[in-house]
Design a protein around this ligand. Structure first.
Ligand code: A2P
Length: 278
């Protein structure tokens, strides 16, 4: 049984979900179905921009697990942030996935130069009122963006999904979320494209606990209080990634992981420039 957290709007989410970036087509649907049926995943992340909402919907349809046990996520692209476009995009996402509702629908990034994210947020609030979405959140928002949403609409996000891994521990941002009852969700929790799993800090801790490097990193996310969504197409690694609840890291281990930096010494924590990429 996977531990769950309760969002401020009452929706319960398991603390580990499946990332699905690049899981597409029949192969993708099979991988997601196996994650659900064989490996115990209930939270599935996706996005309009991943072009795999249909793949996720197909896995949901094929799976023997009842729809109401699942938590399906998608995201509104930056280019559809006017009110009308946002409403239509939510509907389009539902058609693509053949779903009646999304459990979680997020604004993919603030797209701050365009500055339409507040009206997009109002569209998500209204889509939620219409029963198309159970919980609404955002991704890659900085505190100033988050503050505006609540100030201008009276409703704050349940979740902010941010890049979070040992090279980018997002301490200030996480503290801000906690103070404001917004849950942190980690994308690229294993540091996709980096070499975190090979680093000696992680390897030594893994050996001490007789766990894999990925399990140590995902346990670190869990103990930070973050929901993480590691992507794996491989059923063995899917199971490995969700099997992190029979050991724990002590304070010294947590701190040594949190203070890891890229081998080139670059510390990108709190650099708003990273958000320009999405
Ligand atoms: P694969 O799909 O072949 O398992 P992130 O979610 O941080 O972006 O990381 C995803 C990447 O990490 C994918 O390339 C995935 O490959 C790989 N990955 C996922 N789980 C593990 C694991 N337990 N051990 C090693 N690599 C993993």
């Amino acid at each position: 049984q996977i531990p769950e957290v309760t969002l401020h709007d009452g929706l319960e989410l398991p603390v580990i979900g499946l990332g699905t970036y690049a899981l597409n087509g029949n192969e993708g649907a099979t991988a997601i179905q196996r994650a659900i049926e064989e490996n115990g995943y209930r939270l599935i992340d996706s996005a309009y921009n991943y072009e795999n909402e249909g793949t996720v919907g197909e896995a949901v349809k094929r799976s023997a697990v009842p729809r109401e046990k699942l938590r399906i996520t998608s995201k509104l692209p930056g280019r559809y942030q006017t009110y009308d476009k946002a409403i239509k995009t939510v509907q389009e996402s539902l058609y693509r996935a053949s779903l009646d509702y999304y459990d979680l629908y997020l604004i993919h990034w603030p797209n701050p130069k365009q500055d339409h994210y507040v009206e997009a947020w109002q569209a998500l609030i209204d889509a939620k009122k219409q029963g198309l979405i159970r919980s609404i959140g955002v991704c890659n928002f900085l505190p100033d963006h988050l503050k505006r949403l609540e100030k201008e609409t009276g409703e704050k996000p349940s979740i902010n999904q941010i890049e979070l891994h040992p090279y980018f521990n997002q301490e200030q941002q996480r503290k801000w979320h906690e103070k404001n009852s917004i849950k942190t969700e980690s994308w690229s929790p294993l540091g996709h494209g980096n070499d975190i799993l090979q680093q000696v800090t992680i390897q030594q801790i893994a050996e001490r606990h007789q766990k894999s490097a990925a399990q140590v990193v995902l346990r670190w996310h869990y103990q930070l209080g973050a929901i993480s969504i590691p992507k794996s197409a491989n059923p063995d690694r899917q199971l490995e990634n969700i099997s992190i609840f029979d050991f724990s890291l002590d304070d010294a281990e947590m701190n040594s992981i949190s203070s890891m930096t890229k081998p080139d010494g670059r510390i990108n924590d709190q650099d708003p420039a990273v958000y320009e990429e999405y």
